[in-house]
Write a protein that binds this ligand. Structure first.
Ligand code: MRU
Length: 349
C-alpha cells in the first residue's frame, strides 16, 4: 500500500517533505497558507495531481480558519486564497483544476449559511483526494494492459505515489504490471536538475520490489540504440486539446529519440490534467525556476562564477510523437483532436 503523500490531519495539511528523500523520510505540517505556498514552490510537495490536492486543501485551510460570518467577507477571504495558491506554480493544470473546483463549490452555494458552505468545501476537498486514489487505480489498469512480460521500460521524473494521493500515474502502471507478475525492468532517468528520478522514482520502485536501473539523462539515446528499451511511460503536467503534452524538462527529447528508434511513447495522466481551453501546447505556461538549480548541485556551486544559466522546468512534447495517452477513461489514440472529447463546458468528457 502506498504511503499517504498528502492528507488533512487535525486541521493542518500533512505532507511528505520530498526535498529530503531518499535520505530522510519526514512529514511536515502546513497550518497556514504561506507555508503551504512555500512547500509547493520549493517542491516539498510536487507532481501535478499532488499539487492539485495541496491546492484544494489550502482552500480548505482558509475556509476552516475563517471567522467571517457573512458570505461576502468569507467569499473574499476564500477567493483571495485561491488567487494566492494559483501563483505558486504555473504549469500543472491540476492545481488550477482543483482551485476552480473549490471556487465553483463556493459560488454555487452562496445562498447558504457560511457554516454550511464550510462543510461543502470540506467535502469537495476530500472528494478531490478520494477521486484521485480511484483514478490512479483505473489508469494503472488501462496502462498495464500495454505492458508485456519482461518489458524494459524507461521513465522520466517522478509520476508515482509521491506525485499523487495514491498509486501514481506512469508509475501506477508499472506497479500494476508488477502485481500482474510481468517481471519488468525499469530504467530511470535521474532527471536533472532536481533529480526526481534518482531520488524519488528509484526510491518508490525499490520499495515496490521492481528491478530498477538508474541512468543519467544523456544515456537514454544510447540505450535505445542498443535496443534496451521496449517502451517509455511518463506523466504529464498539462495536455492541450490536440494532445501536445507538457511534462518535466527532458521528456520532449525522449519522445524524439523514441520516434527515431521506434519505441512506443506513452503518457499517463488523469483527465484533470487536460486543458481544453488550449488548442495546442504552444500556449502552455512553462515555469522558469531559479538558475541556482542548474548552477549548483546539492547546494554546491559547480559552474564558474559569472556563468549564466537557463532553467525551464517543463517542455512540451508534440502530439505527433505520442503513441497513446492513458487516462482513467481508457487509452486515447491519435488523432487526439478526435479522441480527446471536447464540449462547450471545456472540460474533458
Ligand atoms: O517539477 P515537478 O517535480 O512537480 O514535475 C513533475 C512532473 O513533471 C511529473 O512528471 C508530472 O507532474 C506528472 S506526476 C503524476
Amino acid at each position: 500500500m502506498p504511503i499517504p503523500t498528502i492528507e488533512w490531519k487535525d486541521g493542518k495539511i500533512k505532507l511528505v517533505d520530498q526535498t529530503r528523500l531518499p535520505a530522510d523520510f519526514r512529514y511536515i505540517y502546513c497550518g497556514d497558507l504561506r507555508s503551504l505556498w512555500q512547500a509547493i514552490k520549493k517542491l516539498k510537495v510536487r507532481g501535478a495531481p499532488a499539487i492539485g490536492i495541496a491546492g484544494a486543501l489550502g482552500v480548505l485551510l482558509v475556509s476552516e480558519k475563517s471567522k467571517r460570518k457573512n458570505f461576502k467577507s468569507y467569499k473574499r477571504e476564500v477567493l483571495s486564497s485561491i488567487r494566492y495558491l494559483a501563483s505558486s506554480r504555473p504549469t500543472a493544470r491540476n492545481l488550477f483544476w482543483a482551485l476552480e473546483r473549490m471556487e465553483r463549490a463556493l459560488l454555487s452555494n452562496k445562498k447558504r449559511d457560511v457554516a454550511d458552505i464550510k462543510t461543502i468545501l470540506k467535502k469537495e476537498a476530500f472528494g478531490v483526494i478520494r477521486e484521485d486514489k480511484e483514478i490512479c487505480r483505473r489508469m494503472a489498469g488501462h496502462g498495464a494492459a500495454l505492458v508485456r512480460k519482461r518489458d524494459r521500460i524507461l521513465t522520466h521524473c517522478n509520476a508515482g505515489g509521491l506525485a499523487t494521493a495514491d498509486y501514481g500515474t506512469a508509475l501506477g502502471v508499472l506497479f500494476e504490471a508488477k502485481r500482474l507478475k510481468k517481471e519488468i525492468t525499469v530504467y530511470v532517468d535521474e532527471t536533472r536538475p532536481l533529480l526526481q528520478g534518482a531520488r524519488l522514482t528509484s526510491w518508490e520502485l525499490k520499495k515496490a520490489g521492481i528491478k530498477t536501473i538508474l541512468i543519467c539523462d544523456n544515456m537514454a539515446a544510447s540505450l535505445m540504440a542498443e535496443g534496451r528499451i521496449d517502451k517509455i511511460f511518463v506523466g504529464a503536467d498539462r495536455i492541450a486539446r490536440n494532445g501536445d503534452t507538457a511534462n518535466k524538462i527532458g521528456t520532449y527529447s525522449l519522445a524524439v529519440l523514441a520516434r527515431y528508434h521506434r519505441v512506443p511513447f506513452y503518457v499517463v495522466a488523469p483527465t484533470s490534467t487536460f486543458d481544453l481551453n488550449l488548442t495546442n501546447g504552444k500556449k502552455i505556461p512553462i515555469e522558469k525556476r531559479d538558475k541556482k538549480e542548474v548552477l549548483e548541485f546539492g547546494g554546491k556551486r559547480i559552474a564558474p562564477a559569472g556563468i549564466d544559466a537557463y532553467n525551464p522546468a517543463f517542455d512540451v512534447t508534440p502530439h505527433k510523437l505520442i503513441t497513446a495517452i492513458v487516462t482513467e477513461e481508457g487509452v486515447l489514440r491519435p488523432p487526439y483532436n478526435k479522441s480527446i472529447k471536447y464540449d462547450e463546458t471545456k472540460r474533458y468528457r
